[in-house]
Write a protein that binds this ligand. Structure first.
Ligand code: AMP
Length: 517
């Protein structure tokens, strides 16, 4: 008996529907709609995998990819899996200094970039010793496709064990250098299977799901949670290269599943026509990657009749917890639900001691989904795992008696003022409840007497006028004085990254000299 091939592609391919000529992906924002069949995904990724094989790269080579979102880019991901190499997606927003760091650090044997960036990317890559640089554009042009066109549409996936690397995701790294999280075929497959069951994905035989895919595919949410979800279930995707709320709302009546970061839901709700009618066939709306405002959670339910399902995960671990799929009424806003099957989640104190239910502390996790470590950073990897093998997520939160997890923030965002701990999420919650407030972010900045001082940045709702001193005055008496911000800045918006995460480091920088003597 031949041993089982644990190459993730093999499992995804096995889930393709019997009718390979049915539509796997339909593009929604190309000049004309393009229909890619399951056979197209299979053959297209085979041709690219054969091209990669022909390059005779060393085993487990990194393939760094910075291209605009396209179906061909997804095929390239599948091709890298098939060929047994390591996919390394890069945010399209990264500029030369960042790309130079990633290429220098990961030493990819192959780099694929947008044609318009070939000049500077190839220069950086060749300087770093990379021998192969191809281009791929979002209009199906570029040297990758030209070269792949000469290769066979048949390809046997490389034999891989569950422990072999499939991808490296560089963490967004708001402090210090970004770290490459090494994910294995086993990490990704176990999580894809767990989510398929936990979220009730329906195969074609059960009526079939249709996913609207409007997330970037350089990040865990769009690449793994969304794409794997549809692929391992043989479900069709309606493919948006970028999120545009009106266009997405117009296609929702054809869909059953949508996944978004919280800002996408805020933007959908800002569309006047968006409501129950658009969501009539919808089965599941998933939210994650950043905290969801309670107001968005409630407004979404009122407007659409659907309850957002919040889940929690990260690049290093894929998905960790999820609110229940059924009953929908059990989903609680502002919480991320219990651990997914097979995943362990616990909360420990500053000294590593276990904390009882309801106590806030450091969230630690383990399971088949937890990554292998940080690329070329053994000391950092060792420091992020406990002696008994749990990964320290860097998130702070609590677990209720029924196992539900609530995140209160990143540990590095925790504020210590005059020796007291302040959890930004608590104060943000009070501020967000005030009339006229759209959202807020609370950070700590250096203070000569207190160590750190609490500062809030508050965004007004459209048409509302806010006064920072009034907000601070209203907080007095409602929360302990040490938690009341020493400054409340009213600003038109909060700085966010591509995944909708508020970049608190930028706010800290903005205000760091505020209390300098
Ligand atoms: P990333 O590796 O870019 O996916 O970022 C992971 C981090 O995003 C986690 O460690 C959390 O801090 C945050 N995060 C992910 N999902 C949620 C969620 N549902 N609510 C709040 N924070 C989240």
């Amino acid at each position: 008996m031949t041993p089982e091939n644990h190459n993730l592609f093999t499992a995804l391919r096995a889930a393709f529907p019997a009718d390979l000529d049915s539509t796997a992906i339909e593009t929604a924002d190309t000049a004309t709609p393009l229909h890619y069949s399951w056979r197209d995904l299979d053959c297209g990724s085979a041709m690219m995998a054969n091209l990669i094989d022909a390059l005779e790269l060393p085993p487990a080579s990194r393939v760094a990819v910075q291209v605009d979102k396209s179906v061909e880019a997804l095929m390239l991901y599948l091709a890298v899996l098939r060929a047994g190499h390591v996919f390394l997606p890069l945010n399209t927003a990264y500029q030369a200094a960042e790309i130079a760091y990633f290429i220098g650090n990961a030493e990819p044997a192959l780099v694929v970039c947008a044609g318009k960036n070939f000049g500077w990317v190839s220069k950086l890559a060749f300087q770093a010793g990379t021998k192969n640089v191809f281009t791929l554009n979002d209009d199906r042009t570029g040297t990758l496709l030209q070269r792949a066109a000469h290769h066979s549409t048949q390809h046997a996936p490389a034999e891989r064990s569950a422990d072999d690397l499939a991808a490296i995701l560089y963490t967004s790294g708001t402090t210090g250098r970004s770290k490459g999280a090494m994910l294995t075929h086993g990490n990704l497959l176990s999580n894809a299977r767990v989510l398929r069951d936990a979220w009730g994905w329906q195969t074609a035989a059960d009526g079939g799901d249709v996913l609207i895919h409007a997330l970037p595919i350089f990040h865990v949410h769009g690449l793994f949670v969304a794409s794997h979800g549809a692929l391992i279930n043989g479900s069709k995707m309606i493919w948006f290269s970028r999120f545009e709320p009106r266009a997405v709302a117009a296609r929702l009546p054809e869909a059953t599943v949508f996944m978004g970061v919280p800002t996408l839901y805020v933007r959908l709700l800002a569309e006047p026509g968006f409501g129950k009618e658009a969501c009539s066939r919808m089965r599941l709306f998933v939210s994650g990657s950043a905290p969801l405002l309670l107001e968005t959670f409630h407004e979404f339910r009122t407007r659409t009749g659907h309850t957002l399902l919040e889940r929690y995960g990260m690049s290093e671990t894929v998905m960790l917890t999820s609110n229940p799929y059924r009953p929908e009424s059990a989903r609680r806003g502002g919480t991320v639900g219990p651990a997914l099957p097979g995943v362990g989640v616990r909360v420990h104190g500053d000294n590593g001691q276990p904390l009882p239910a309801g106590k806030i502390g450091h969230i630690e996790v383990r399971g088949p989904n937890v990554f292998k470590g940080y690329w070329k950073m053994p000391e950092k990897t060792a420091a992020e795992f406990t002696a008994d093998g749990w990964f320290k997520t860097g998130d702070v939160g609590q677990i209720s008696a029924d196992g539900g997890v609530t995140i209160v923030g990143r540990s590095k965002d925790l504020i210590i003022t005059g020796g007291y701990n302040v959890y930004p999420a608590e104060i943000e919650g009070f501020i967000n409840d005030m009339p006229g407030v759209a959202e807020s972010a609370v950070v700590g900045v250096p203070h000569p007497d207190f160590g750190e001082a609490v500062v809030a940045v508050v965004v007004p709702k459209a048409g509302a006028t806010l006064n920072g001193a009034d907000i601070a005055a209203r907080l007095k008496g409602r929360i302990a004085n040490f938690k009341v911000p020493k400054l409340v800045e009213v600003a038109p918006d909060l700085p966010r990254n591509a995944m909708g995460k508020v970049q608190k480091s930028l706010l800290r920088e903005r205000h760091q000299g505020l209390f300098a003597r």
